[in-house]
Design a protein around this ligand. Structure first.
Ligand code: ADP
Ligand code: ADP
Ligand code: ZN
Length: 217
């Protein structure tokens, strides 16, 4: 199964991605996680990406597209993958289509996790992420078993530098201008599916499984 997750920052893409990729045994490809790993390792890519990420801006398309093409060329993507946070612009979506086309592949479903703006700020400012494995928690909606420790790997939970109120507002503007048009893009290709992302995590996951079950048939 080849899946794209769409939705505003804070919609729950990362949280659902972990659950989906575990269930379907496919790789979870998060461009945000790839950039953050490069930042922590201080690679040239990380140094470049950080300039944009800290301000809530998108990393340039040329850079991002190259990274995703490289990742999708790896053997573990042959039987499917889940893209989380990519594509984020029409140009990225077109590049993805042409990459998959040239390998005689296509996306099965673009799944929109629909969450209105009113919910976003509280989700983002309360988000805590594992510094080791990237898992997402929330101080109110999804607390770890042991305070500040990741349930999965025991890593330390930290707040992302771009999860401040000011940067979140900028990221939402960027979403409206650059990413929102993808909803129409995938609607026209008849592969858009939508789930209500305002319900609790387990319920959202159930609905996603229903959608994916129907796609797989
Ligand atoms: P995204 O990857 O779309 O930015 P995350 O999965 O990191 O979103 O979720 C953003 C924040 O909201 C995290 O703190 C997460 O624990 C929390 N969260 C995710 N899904 C829900 C939900 N259905 N209800 C309440 N909080 C949620
Ligand atoms: P969120 O959890 O809010 O959806 P991500 O972890 O997906 O955030 O992305 C964090 C930041 O990484 C973005 O604000 C952007 O700067 C950069 N980024 C991630 N994916 C992309 C992409 N596909 N194109 C450009 N920039 C990206
Ligand atoms: Zn962890």
């Amino acid at each position: 199964m080849k899946i794209i997750l769409l939705g505003p920052p804070g919609a729950g893409k990362g949280t659902q991605a972990k659950l989906i990729t575990e269930k379907y045994s496919i790789p979870h490809i998060s461009t945000g996680d790839i950039f953050r790993k490069n930042i922590s390792e201080k690679t040239p890519l990380g140094i470049e990406a950080k300039r944009y990420m800290d301000n809530g801006q998108l990393v340039p398309d040329e850079v991002t597209i190259g990274i995703v093409n490289d990742r999708l060329s790896m053997n573990d993507c042959e039987n499917g993958f889940l893209l989380d946070g990519f594509p984020r612009t029409v140009k990225q979506a077109e590049a993805l289509d042409s990459f998959l086309n040239s390998n005689e592949q296509k996306i099965d479903t673009a799944l929109l996790i629909d969450v209105p703006k009113e919910f976003i700020l509280e989700r983002m400012t309360g988000r805590r992420v594992c510094s080791a494995c990237g898992a997402s928690y929330h101080i109110k909606f999804n607390t770890p078993k042991v305070e500040n420790k990741c349930d999965v790997c025991g890593g330390l939970l930290v707040q992302r530098k771009d999860d401040t109120e000011e940067t979140v507002k900028e990221r939402l503007d960027v979403y409206d201008r650059q990413t929102q048009p993808l909803i129409q893009y995938y609607k026209e290709k008849n592969i858009l599916a939508k789930v209500d992302g305002t319900e609790e995590i387990g319920m959202v996951f159930e609905k996603i499984c229903d959608v994916l079950g129907a796609v797989a048939k």
